[in-house]
Design a protein around this ligand. Structure first.
Ligand SMILES: Nc1ncnc2c1ncn2[C@@H]1O[C@H](COP(=O)(O)OP(=O)(O)OP(=O)(O)O)[C@@H](O)[C@H]1O
Ligand SMILES: [Mg+2]
Length: 225
């Protein structure tokens, strides 16, 4: 699915990420853990083609997108990737249905069954009946479900989620993780940032970021100290 080779990211003199090497296979479910400020969001923004200012190489399905125009990038993000943000990022003046519809409006994929696609993902995330509600009329867990439905409506190969359960209680977190697990079992590759080791257990593999470096297991993080 993707390959990161010797990626380095700096803001001026401040190096956020260094010597990042990571391969994610098709169908994997990967958790990324690490302390606050360690560079997790910075890394997944690169993986999600939201940040192109880094050195080293990032290949998504063997393609390098670093010199691709912004328009082209938006199209690729819309067609191939589903991004779930920590704070949901729903449009407050749009209802549930309209929020989920957005990626389909911007996509170049043929969509003659748009209503069906939307009804299908609303059902998948358990929000049938809430189509006309605005985000402010939903619970935190329900808002996160809308964000997930919006991320998957275009049937992306890769879902990237930044702390998808960060704002949720443990029962709701479990329900959200069950949705990700189902999507992964159906073949979608999932990359998820989390602070919560219980949440990370849903993933097949966990990597750790510490001081801008990436480690494959907790032991190597400890040995580094
Ligand atoms: N635009 C920016 N300019 C300068 N420094 C930045 C910028 N964005 C992020 N940083 C710094 O980069 C580092 C990594 O930030 P990042 O958001 O990736 O951390 P994180 O691991 O996702 O943390 P959290 O768990 O709190 O979300 C932080 O020290 C942050 O202050
Ligand atoms: Mg973050």
């Amino acid at each position: 699915m993707l390959k990161v080779t010797d990626v380095k990211k700096a803001y001026g003199k401040f190096t956020v990420l260094e010597d990042i090497n990571l391969e994610v296979a098709d169908g994997e479910f990967l958790a990324i853990m690490g302390p606050s400020g360690s560079g997790k969001s910075t890394l997944i923004n690169i993986l999600g083609l939201l940040d192109q200012s880094y050195t080293g190489e990032y290949l998504l399905e063997d393609k390098n997108y670093q010199n691709v125009s912004d328009n082209e990038l938006s199209r690729i993000r819309g067609d191939q990737l589903g991004f779930v943000f920590q704070n949901f990022k729903l449009l407050t003046t749009y209802n549930v249905y309209e929020n989920i519809e957005i990626p389909l409006i911007y996509s170049k994929k043929a969509q003659n069954n748009k209503q069906e696609l939307i009804a299908d993902v609303i059902d998948k995330v358990g929000l049938t009946g809430k189509e006309k509600n605005r985000p402010s009329e939903l619970s935190g867990g329900q808002q996160q479900r809308v964000a997930i439905a919006r991320a998957i409506v275009n049937r992306p190969k890769l879902i990237i989620a930044d702390e998808p359960t960060g704002a949720l209680d443990s029962k709701t977190s479990k329900e959200i993780m069950d949705i990700f697990t189902k999507l992964n079992k159906a073949g979608t590759t999932v990359i998820m940032v989390t602070h919560d080791s219980e949440v990370a257990e849903y993933a097949m593999r966990t990597v750790y970021i510490r001081d801008g470096h990436l480690y494959n297991d907790e032991k190597s993080v400890k040995n580094h100290d």
